[in-house]
Design a protein. Structure first.
Length: 155
């Protein structure tokens, strides 16, 4: 899966932003919650709750589904995770970086997700919005198709 360079931001910086949010909202950190956030922040994937639970349980088999679910909800509410829906009925989460934006190519056969950035597309979207009297505050751009691996004829 594609992963722009912003995916390698300092995990401690993301954790500090979460700690600040939790302090402001009177929430406490637990060892399990910290493990979930650490693994999530290190990931460059688009993770479902089940994906993240599987990764977390490799380090601590006692972590439950509810802990991962609540932690992802907290990350989403704090602005540190984006929830994505790619048409297959599964919610996926990715680290939200305040200073970056990217779009997605999604394979409808195997589910592969490729992130991309394109300045021309971004400018065209801004121009189109302006022509219709809009000022964009956010958007998502998802392109669906069949990847090269899935199009290769079977041997």
């Amino acid at each position: 899966m594609g992963s722009p360079s912003h995916k390698h931001l300092d995990v401690s910086e993301l954790q500090a932003r979460l700690d600040d949010y939790m302090n402001r909202h009177g929430l406490r950190s637990t060892a399990q919650r910290r493990l979930v956030t650490e693994i999530f922040f290190q990931s460059s994937e688009h993770l479902s709750i089940e994906d993240l639970l599987r990764e977390v349980r490799r380090k601590d088999s006692r972590v439950g589904y509810a802990t991962v679910y609540r932690t992802l909800k907290l990350l989403k509410e704090s602005g540190l995770a984006n929830e994505r829906h790619f048409g297959d009925g599964v919610s996926r989460y990715e680290v939200a970086h305040a200073d970056t934006h990217h779009d997605h190519l999604i394979c409808t056969e195997c589910g592969k997700i490729v992130e991309f950035e394109n300045d021309r597309i971004e400018q065209l979207q801004d121009d189109l919005a302006a022509q219709h009297g809009f000022v964009l505050t956010r958007h998502k751009h998802e392109l669906y198709g069949v990847c090269a691996d899935c199009r290769e004829p079977e041997a």
